[in-house]
Design a protein around this ligand. Structure first.
Ligand code: ADP
Length: 176
């Protein structure tokens, strides 16, 4: 049984996943796993999608690479998708959301344009990641948090920290 939870932080690119994951890792000692980086390090990039300017990932290979990292618990899985992570790995799914005007500014600042920009804007407006999370996991473990201004990050991370403490307490009681 895990003594620390595995937490997925997901959402459309630009909503603030990495910002949240880094602060949460700093405050809790949980291990931040930026999945893009794991995929790159383990050679899980299958192909380059020229139109969307993004890597296509070999998901089976990625899951094999992740399994030993995630099995002991205490990981923050930071990615713009979530439904590929097996339910048994995941204790909490945090979906970061953002107002579309804010997101547009963040993505254009990042150099996104054309189809890549449009698709990500549509994904956020249609709350695709929230739906994906609700479909893939028990609704009780899915939380939606907004990330517009700096204080939101602090507050959201604090909320997740409280959740982690409650999770640990419940696990300790189960074990006793
Ligand atoms: P993601 O990992 O989801 O792509 P990032 O964490 O890289 O998103 O954030 C994208 C950009 O938005 C960064 O420049 C980050 O500093 C900024 N940002 C994210 N969340 C907030 C927030 N709550 N307030 C202000 N800026 C934010």
């Amino acid at each position: 049984m895990r003594t620390n939870p595995n937490i997925v932080i997901t959402g459309t690119p630009g909503v603030g996943k990495t910002t949240h994951a880094e602060l949460l890792a700093r405050n809790t000692g949980l291990k931040h796993l930026p999945i893009n980086q794991v995929a790159k390090e383990h050679d899980c990039h299958e192909d380059w999608d020229e139109e969307l300017q993004t890597w296509i990932v070999d998901e089976d290979k990625l899951l094999d690479a992740l399994e030993p990292l995630v099995a002991p618990g205490g990981c923050i899985l930071d990615w713009h998708a979530c439904d590929l992570f097996p339910q048994r790995w995941v204790d909490l799914v945090v979906v970061i959301r953002c107002d579309s005007t804010t997101l547009f500014d963040r993505l254009t600042a990042r150099g996104y344009s054309g189809k890549k920009l449009d698709e990500n804007m549509d994904a956020e407006i249609m709350q695709m990641l929230l739906e994906e999370a609700k479909e893939g996991y028990d609704e009780e473990i899915v939380v939606e948090l907004y990330s517009e201004v700096a204080e939101d990050v602090e507050q959201n991370v604090e909320r997740v920290e409280q959740w982690i403490e409650a999770w640990k307490k419940a696990k300790n009681e189960e074990r006793a």
